[in-house]
Design a protein around this ligand. Structure first.
Ligand code: NAD
Ligand code: UDP
Length: 310
């Protein structure tokens, strides 16, 4: 049994991760300030003997005795991370410094939940880990993109300078149950709009692409990344099955048998035009592969939102 700290554990991916780590027989300490996360996401875990919840903001130091840290705390959807950009970059940078300091003192292994956003609006497609990215450092997404890039720098510097045992996973667009209804991300937006039979809002002309990974596969990838000894990263984790936003909208309308019409709104600034992970490293070094097709994941997510929306 390991004592594992999950920051951002009351969020979408974090809550699934806490659940899985408990099921695998670990003790889990979930730290969250509930900025975007919710007690609902973890309420089924509160009675678990080996689960502990601490309300804490990781931009402040934290003193615990732990064996492992998954650092997921950070608002992740554009509307949330742009609401208070200074807080977002502080969470990535000060949060990383605090969690790396904790890892250094306790000699815990620490995994950073990095992001495909480090590639910005990529000029290389699909994106391998060796690509340095194409990020606007002063744009409206920079608080998130550059914060995550700086966090990666901190991880590698703590590793080189202080010998901290790091892992860095670059997460690509992930979806599934427990995404927040008002999250603003494309899959939750489209499903909620479709179920309410209100217009589906495509930003831009819908020809831009993303590659969506079901949350169970993501959690699998993060745990495999943490538990192996061969590579510290960065390693891309995501589903390479690329789809245009227009095709995604049509797919969700079909699956929900919705009456919604598609409407087009302007594309937010710096919105990446294409994104698809090169997952060769994850396949070779982590023995990780996608197990859930987007369609089955969408069905589960639709079932979840049917319940949430009553
Ligand atoms: P989420 O918003 O659901 O979860 C983030 C959690 O962090 C929330 O519970 C929030 O309350 C908490 N949090 C935010 N700032 C905090 C702070 N200063 N102190 C303590 N807690 C704080 O988002 P998610 O989709 O679950 O994302 C989890 C992680 O994965 C994030 O680091 C995100 O950048 C990364 N990621 C997610 C995706 C995706 O598609 N979901 C893609 C790339 C990277
Ligand atoms: N998007 C959209 N309509 C929405 C929400 C998002 O067309 O209601 C677009 C968004 O502009 C982006 C893509 O869908 O091009 C994915 O957006 P999301 O916020 O989910 O992820 P990210 O842009 O961070 O990859």
């Amino acid at each position: 049994m390991k004592r594992i700290l999950v920051t951002g554990g009351a969020g979408f991916i974090g809550s699934h991760l806490c659940e899985r780590l408990l099921a695998e027989g670990n003790e889990v300490i979930c730290v969250d300030n509930f900025y975007t996360g919710s007690k609902k996401n973890i309420e089924h875990l509160l009675d678990h003997h080996y689960f502990e919840l601490i309300r804490h903001d990781i931009t402040f130091p934290l003193y615990l005795e732990i064996d492992r840290i998954y650092n997921l705390a950070c608002p992740a959807s554009p509307i949330h991370y742009q609401r208070d950009p200074v807080f977002t970059i502080k969470t990535s940078v000060h949060g990383a410094i605090n969690m790396l300091g904790l890892a250094k003192r306790t000699k815990a292994r620490i995994l950073q939940a990095s992001t495909s956003e480090v590639y910005g609006n990529p000029q290389v497609h699909p994106q391998p880990e060796s690509y340095w990215g194409h990020v606007n450092p002063i744009g409206t997404r920079a608080c998130y993109d550059e914060g995550k890039r700086a966090a990666e720098t901190l991880f590698f510097d703590y590793h080189r300078q202080h010998n901290v045992d790091i892992r860095v996973g670059r997460i690509f667009n992930t979806f599934g149950p427990r995404m927040a209804e008002d999250d603003g991300r494309v899959i939750s937006n489209f499903i909620v709009q479709a179920l309410r039979n209100v217009p589906i809002t495509i930003y831009g002309d819908g020809s831009h692409t993303r590659s969506f990974c079901y949350v169970n596969d993501m959690v699998d990838g993060l745990i495999k990344m943490m538990n192996q000894e061969e590579i510290i990263g960065p390693v891309n984790i995501g589903n390479p099955d690329e789809i245009s936003i227009k095709q995604l909208a049509e797919e969700i309308v079909r699956l929900t048998q919705s009456q919604s019409k598609i409407v087009y709104e302007s594309l937010p600034s710096d919105d990446p035009m294409r994104r698809k992970p090169d997952v060769s490293l994850a396949q070779d070094k982590l023995a990780w592969k996608v197990n859930n097709h987007r369609l089955s994941g969408l069905r589960n997510t639709i079932d979840y939102f049917v319940k949430v929306l009553g």
